[in-house]
Design a protein around this ligand. Sequence first.
Ligand code: CA
Length: 265
Amino acid sequence: MAETTTKTHDVTVAQRQLVLSWAGVTDVGRRREANQDAFFAEYPLFIVADGMGGHAGGEIASRSTVHHLSALVAEEKVQREAIEAALEAAVRDIADHPEATDEGTGTTLTGVFLEFDENGPHWVTLNIGDSRVYLLRDERLVQVTTDHSVVQELIAAGKISPEEAEGHPYSNVITRAVGASELTAPDYVTLDIRAGDRFVICSDGLTKELTDYGIQHFLREHAEPAAAVDAMLVAALENGGRDNVTVVVVQVEDDSSSTSGPPAE
Ligand code: CA
């Protein structure tokens, strides 16, 4: 397993100095031959993509999507319009690639970014498909994104219970994707930034092996993002590693070095 490191970046929110720290890891798992997941974690964009499709199609779809979005960080253009334009470029790549033209080739995309407007920075989650963003705030873990999956639609319609969703024959079928033949804008959720926030961004290879309780447990046990993602990956592999596993943790803390005096401008 490659060594995971925690990176940090300062951010000022309502004249308060905060520090973001994050780490991410991806692994092929125990059963699959290729890793079709991809992730990117650099301030201010943190994303996970889970590719699907035969041959190399899934890898092309997830890598191309992550590549086009990551370019926005260098260009300092992490905004909704630019994200949607980058997704259109990814779709063109997927459609142009001979390995990626099969029906069903595509990728999920989920994550969180900092959006800056006249009120200062805030979080925005984005989601297409069934990869997830969780937020641990006030000791409670909440799934912020809503899955675009057949099973989620059945739950929403009251046809099956969340318990019945587990192991459902359609549990892998998603209703929205970034793919050669389709693209819809991501769902966005806007959230304020609070010290103590801890986000978990992951592919379904993690949530097939770890319950919400398990995710919370490893966050509580490991204050450091790199240690938390490594512990979750190890647990997912121990529990079977049936799919590719990707997990990114992003967290916010008070900058303890600047608690005295007003923040420097
Ligand atoms: Ca997967």
